[in-house]
Design a protein around this ligand. Structure first.
Ligand code: ZN
Length: 394
């Protein structure tokens, strides 16, 4: 069998950045044989300027919202953003499907090989069945009034079954957010997620904590707008949103907390007392787009939290690119080493989605895809001009 050999200025293995002497060797299908030295590798080495990395893992996306690209103004805050989303969901199916296909193609082109994708309906299913990318399907449910818990659960169950038929090991039902799921609905969701990976939008805006602490703030505007009289069923818990809902999400083995823009040390301490694994999924560009904020990333690092990256959707991001997420984080947190950022983008994401046996690093036997990041700075750092390109599919 012929081998493929790749050499660049730098090679990120999944755990460390190796210098230009390192050569990655795969078989014809892209399965990793080894990383060796140039002198050991022999002839026919393909050479590149830049850094080679395993394919990126996008742990949080809503592919089905791709048709909303550029439709929602920036910096409106989360509540107005959600109200916009509710209005814009009604586009023609042809437009929605075309936007889904284009967004997926762009993700593949810029080095994403696997996606944790939120689905409220089955519109992405036909595209996912083409097998261009690997997916973990999070079938999302919402409904804040306890009266609609059963009907929302049953509607979601139909979508869940449609995906589960084709993706039996990588489909799970998940709650949308603390402010949009009732205790009764949490209980129904929890009944079908035992030992699985779950996900929830977490503390994306300051008012989310305020709402659970005191019942005040902008979320009241949201319920008014959708005609939901929450006074008949909601009482503030007096705790942050995260501490209010975590006790209601007990059956999944692992929980992806998405956004975490207003997560505190007390919240992290609270999570430490739970039996579950928690993964902090950062979507920096979406936080900038919606709230003009960034999560307390150094707080998560100081606490040795498990961090992964997501793009969120084209409703709240100008592109679905993990490199762009890295660039934004680097810009505001220049202290974070590139090795660490790349680990979040690759091996941590693969582990979070239970895909690390095949993806996330250049360990022998994996088939993680090979991505080239070009236009590095003189000392090998990622710049605002850097671009990522998939040069070998996963
Ligand atoms: Zn999201």
């Amino acid at each position: 069998m012929a081998f493929l050999k790749y050499q660049a200025d730098f090679l990120f293995s999944g755990t460390e950045i190796l210098n230009s002497d390192a050569v990655l060797i795969t078989n014809e299908k892209g399965m990793v044989e080894t990383i060796t030295t140039a002198s050991e590798a022999g002839d026919d080495i393909q050479q590149f300027r830049g850094l080679l990395t395993p394919g990126f893992i996008n742990c949080h996306c809503h592919l089905e919202l791709s048709h909303m690209k550029g439709m929602i103004p920036e910096h409106t805050g989360l509540v107005d953003f959600i109200l916009n989303i509710l209005q814009l969901r009604h586009s023609s199916e042809v437009d929605i499907l075309e936007a889904i296909a284009n967004a997926e193609a762009a993700m593949k082109d810029n080095g994403i090989v696997a996606v944790g994708d939120i689905s409220n309906n089955a519109l992405t299913l036909s595209q996912k069945l083409r097998g261009n990318l690997q997916y973990h399907n999070f079938i999302e449910v919402s409904g804040f009034s306890p009266a609609i818990a059963q009907v929302r659960f049953e509607t979601a169950m139909a979508v869940y079954q449609a995906f589960k038929t084709h993706f039996p090991e990588s489909t799970v039902m998940v709650p949308h957010a603390p402010y949009s799921v009732s205790p009764q609905l949490f209980q129904l969701i929890d009944s079908v997620t035992a030992q699985h990976i779950s996900s929830i939008h977490n503390q994306e805006t300051k008012d989310e904590n305020l709402f659970f602490l005191t019942g005040e703030g902008l979320f009241n505007k949201l319920y008014q707008a959708i005609g939901s009289d929450i006074s008949t069923f909601f009482k503030p818990s007096g705790q942050n949103s995260l501490q209010t809902v975590i006790p209601q999400i007990q059956s999944p083995k692992k929980l992806l907390l998405v956004h975490d823009t207003f997560t505190s040390q007390a919240d992290i301490d609270f999570l430490r007392q739970q039996a579950q694994d928690y993964v902090f999924c950062l979507c920096a560009n979406a936080n900038q787009y919606i709230e003009n904020q960034l999560p307390p990333i150094n707080l998560f690092r100081q606490n040795n939290c498990n961090i992964v990256l997501g793009t969120d959707s084209l409703a709240s991001n100008h592109q679905l690119s993990i490199l762009s997420e890295i660039q934004t984080i680097s810009q505001y947190f220049p202290n974070i080493p590139l090795t660490e950022l790349l680990s979040w983008a690759t091996i941590n994401g693969a582990k979070a989605l239970n895909m690390a046996s095949k993806l996330g690093s250049f360990n022998a036997g994996k088939q993680p895809g090979v991505v080239l990041i070009d236009s590095l700075s003189n000392n090998g750092g990622i710049t605002t001009n850097s671009q990522a390109k998939l040069i070998l599919p996963a």
